[in-house]
Design a binder for this molecule. Structure first.
Ligand code: MG
Length: 162
């Protein structure tokens, strides 16, 4: 088989005193996401989808939250490392698609900036990077604005020469 599919999911808690960063884009909001790194749930879900496609485990394995090296890490930097891992194995991304689930703030105005940032980090065109947003219709922890979740899928294609 020369194609592989992967999926990823992540959720981080919303707290005061933290920046809100999604898809590598800082969004003005009174709350931000809590985590060891910059807690960019969208970028984390995308990394897990990429790793999952090649059965390479998850980001916790490569960037453990117990390792002080990754404290406050820029998730876009981690994304470029995961992409390099995929490229080194002779694979590349055909496309990825993702969904951010957030009650507030409005994500839609930031989607194109996220697609630009993510596609540049992944050496893709923005047309290969789907980012969508929805609310949780006020239900559950995301609906109560306790956190923001993200889902991603990606299709990897084997390089012709490898
Ligand atoms: Mg995470």
């Amino acid at each position: 088989m020369n194609v592989r599919i992967g999926n990823g999911y992540d959720i981080h808690k919303l707290v005061s005193g933290r920046p809100l960063i999604l898809g590598g884009v800082k969004i003005e909001h009174e709350l931000g996401l809590l985590g060891h790194s910059d807690a960019d749930a969208l970028t984390h879900a995308i990394m897990d989808a990429m790793l999952g496609a090649l059965s390479l485990g998850d980001i916790g394995h490569y960037f453990p939250p117990t390792d002080p090296q990754w404290k406050g890490a820029d998730s876009i930097e981690l994304l470029t490392q995961v992409n390099q891992l995929i490229l080194d194995q002779g694979w590349h991304i055909s496309n990825l698609d993702s969904v951010v689930v957030a009650e507030r703030p409005k994500i839609k105005p930031h989607i194109n900036a996220m697609r630009d940032r993510l596609s540049k980090a992944l050496q893709l065109s923005p047309q290969q990077v789907g980012v969508k947003a929805t609310t949780n219709e006020k239900m559950g922890p995301v609906g109560r604005e306790e956190g923001i979740a993200a889902y991603a899928v990606t299709l990897l294609v084997k390089d012709p020469q490898s």
